[in-house]
Design a protein. Structure first.
Length: 233
């Protein structure tokens, strides 16, 4: 199903060139991966969405995957990348799903460009570095002390999202996290509480990505969420 799910297209936006995959036909869904990953995180979800009748656009974020690495990263710039990609491709209010850093990007995009998306789903997103579990932060700090990595620096210093800024997101939003996530349950709850039209799901027995990478769970949740949103619309 995803034999053509390769980042063979490019678009230049916000001062960077992004590689992206584009498969299927139907209503567009943009998939945004997490820190240190690439669009192939969503191999399973892409196949499910295409089979369900959606068009899947899955970029490699700036400095990730097939893109040239960069000396520093900022979530605000990455969110603007995705907004400009949506505009460059002429997508009309697509749905966007982001995991981890991709979820942060989705929240920032939706809060700063409230008319850009038709629906949003985020998994394992945090509002600030303090929203991550202490052991993970300590591990990141230790790794960065040994050898500086701009992607780790990003997680240690950003984001800084005020929950008040999320109250203007009025589109349907699905918020998920694993029971054993790297993100504190309290941060996930703060996100869900701040967004008026949101649904929060905590997946029992799962960690930060176990229900996403190579699993059909998140793909089916997305299909159900998008179908319900389509019916409501």
């Amino acid at each position: 199903m995803t034999e053509n799910f390769a980042a063979t297209h490019t678009v230049t936006v916000n001062g960077v060139t992004l590689h992206y995959a584009d498969i299927g036909q139907g209503d567009p869904v943009v998939l945004v991966h997490g820190n240190g990953e690439d669009h192939h995180l969503f191999d399973t979800e892409a196949g499910q969405l295409v089979e369900a009748g959606y068009r899947v656009i899955a970029p490699d974020s700036r400095g990730h995957g097939a893109n040239d690495p960069l000396p520093e990263y900022h979530y605000e710039e990455m969110a603007e990348d995705m907004y400009q990609l949506i505009r460059a491709l002429g997508l009309q209010k697509p749905a966007l799903y982001g995991h981890s850093d991709g979820g942060i990007i989705g929240l920032l995009l939706a809060s700063r460009h409230p008319d850009a998306l038709g629906a949003l789903a985020v998994s394992g997103a945090n509002l600030s570095p303090q929203g991550l579990i202490a052991s993970f932060l300590a591990e990141c700090a230790w790794e960065n002390a040994r050898e500086k990595n701009p992607l780790i620096t990003l997680m240690l210093t950003e984001p800084h999202i005020d929950p008040e800024s999320l109250k203007g997101i009025t589109i349907p939003v699905l918020i998920t996290a694993g029971e054993c996530d790297l993100v504190l349950r309290s941060d996930t709850e703060r996100i869900a509480t701040a967004i008026p039209n949101s649904t929060m799901v905590i997946l029992e027995g799962h960690d930060h990505g176990s229900y996403i990478s190579g699993s059909p769970i998140m793909g089916q949740m997305l299909i159900d969420f998008l179908a319900a949103n389509r019916e409501e619309g």
